[in-house]
Ligand binder design. Sequence first.
Ligand code: ADP
Ligand code: ZN
Length: 291
Amino acid sequence: MRIGALEAGGTKMVCAIGNEKGEIFEQISIPTEAPEITIPKLIAYFQEKGIEALGIGCFGPIDLNEKSETYGYITSTPKLKWVNFDMVGTFKKALNIPVGFDTDVNGSVLGEATFGCAQGLENVIYITIGTGVGVGVVSNGKLLHGMQHPEGGHMLLAQHPSDTYAGKCPYHGCCLEGMAAGPAIEERWGAKAYDLKDNMAVWELEAYYIAQALVNYIYTYSPQKIILGGGVMHQEQLFPLIREQVQKLNKGYIVTKELQDIEHYIVPASLHDDQGIMGALELGVRALKNA
Ligand code: ADP
Ligand code: ZN
């Protein structure tokens, strides 16, 4: 099997060619500009590669309802040039092969569940904390869609009593993305997140917000594993702080073997930042199987 994979992000497009075992033969990255500039470059890359299907993990919001007339479109994104862009239709027409399509974070959770630390688990969540926050969910072995797709990055949170920061999210202020994404850290503390490594107050507060969201995901999705990725989570000191806060907020309400072994329950992404592209590969594999 020779499959194309595209991780479509707001700043860059990662393209790869691989197979059903998650082996990547080649990979390139192209900056994301307007569709009329970027899309022809992507098509030119995939056209000559002899691929049998393409999988796309895409920034959103996107339309995942296969019965909808705008299935496969990017919908109401703040990246205005991409609003109502037909991703699936464009690649299907140009490449004439099956195209699998899902959110970037559903791609990442699929990558981890297929090739990474969540293999064999049927209920897994992946949270990326970077420029924004996104949550991908595998529930009973399937990627969770629903009305549109989960937007767990905007989980509404209770503000810490000593925190006066208004929040970066233009919609909610105090949601997970508004309080804990990279730009929120940088605006609140007035420095680059990676320069704040030694400031414990930064990471205590960060863990307080992330843990609130995690407890809510635990109570609603009942995941067997929680995987945290994205630029901010490169601050590894966050993991013990988050685990401690989760236990504190849970107050012993849920008692499971997973929570008792929390070091193996709340874990970093395991695929060296390739979880998204490997998940896109699996989306392509599934599209071919279902064609
Ligand atoms: P994106 O979300 O755009 O795909 P990233 O996941 O790398 O990309 O997220 C970028 C954000 O993460 C930036 O806001 C930056 O401040 C933050 N970030 C990146 N690397 C680190 C790091 N090593 N430590 C803390 N924050 C980081
Ligand atoms: Zn929000």
